[in-house]
Design a protein around this ligand. Structure first.
Ligand SMILES: NC(=O)c1ccc[n+]([C@@H]2O[C@H](COP(=O)([O-])OP(=O)(O)OC[C@H]3O[C@@H](n4cnc5c(N)ncnc54)[C@H](OP(=O)(O)O)[C@@H]3O)[C@@H](O)[C@H]2O)c1
Length: 190
């Protein structure tokens, strides 16, 4: 077993306790926010034990951060610590942004600041047109602009367009993961 955290003395004491139970344990003091240090922990674990069967990604923090006081640096640090960039980083970043805005909506309402999260499907912008990915229900930039303006006028908490993408996402969310993943794989392979 490998255990890692930043505080070396506490880590060493824990490793001693674990070894006292008869289990092999290697303690490596490292900061998970330092990519090289994190990679070194993985390399040490593989060198020592041959492979990693289970990784418990436990490092995380949820300090008190008021939305009218928090800095970009604070948010970036908390994002980096709690978010593991591997699977679908783009979608994960958007989900995180939505959650942050949901918090801001509640916290800043007493100050009269309002938030609308706008969730478009595929829009035919230059950037999106440049890749070869499938884009079901893609809409024109003009149509997207009209939808955005309508959302800004009506101010819903969440605004989704086009309706076909919204219906698809809601239907997929309601299905068991085993079924929705088959549908998504089929859409992605077109
Ligand atoms: N406690 C809850 O109610 C609760 C609820 C839901 C989810 N969680 C999640 O569960 C996890 C553990 O929570 P906890 O309450 O047990 O937290 P905790 O007591 O603060 O423990 C966090 C552990 O992660 C290590 N750590 C923190 N930052 C690190 C970094 N940058 N690099 C390496 N190690 C780091 C800490 O050791 P060092 O400080 O020595 O580095 C400590 O061992 C977190 O991801 C938290 O978000 C907790």
């Amino acid at each position: 077993m490998v255990i890692t955290a930043r505080r070396a003395p506490e880590l060493a004491a824990l490793a001693k306790d674990i070894r006292a139970t008869g289990s092999a344990c290697t303690d490596i003091a490292a900061d998970a926010l330092d990519p090289q240090a994190a990679a070194d922990v993985v390399a040490c674990a593989v060198a020592e034990y041959g492979r990693i069967d289970v990784a418990l990604l436990n490092a995380g923090q949820g300090p008190d951060m008021a939305m009218d006081d928090v800095s970009v640096t604070d948010v970036s640090r908390i994002m980096a610590l709690n978010y593991i960039p591997r699977q679908g980083p783009y979608s994960a970043a958007k989900a995180a942004a939505r959650t942050l805005i949901d918090a801001a909506r509640v916290e800043l309402a007493p100050k009269g600041i309002r938030f609308t999260s706008i969730h478009p499907g595929f829009v035919a912008t230059d950037r999106v047109n440049a890749d070869n990915l499938p884009k079901p229900f893609q809409v024109s930039t003009e149509r997207a602009a009209r939808c955005v303006i309508r959302a800004l006028e009506r101010e819903p908490a969440q605004a989704y367009f086009p309706w076909a993408t919204t219906a698809l996402v809601r239907t997929l969310s309601a299905l068991p993961a085993s079924v929705s993943s088959v549908v998504l794989r089929s859409l992605a392979s077109r």
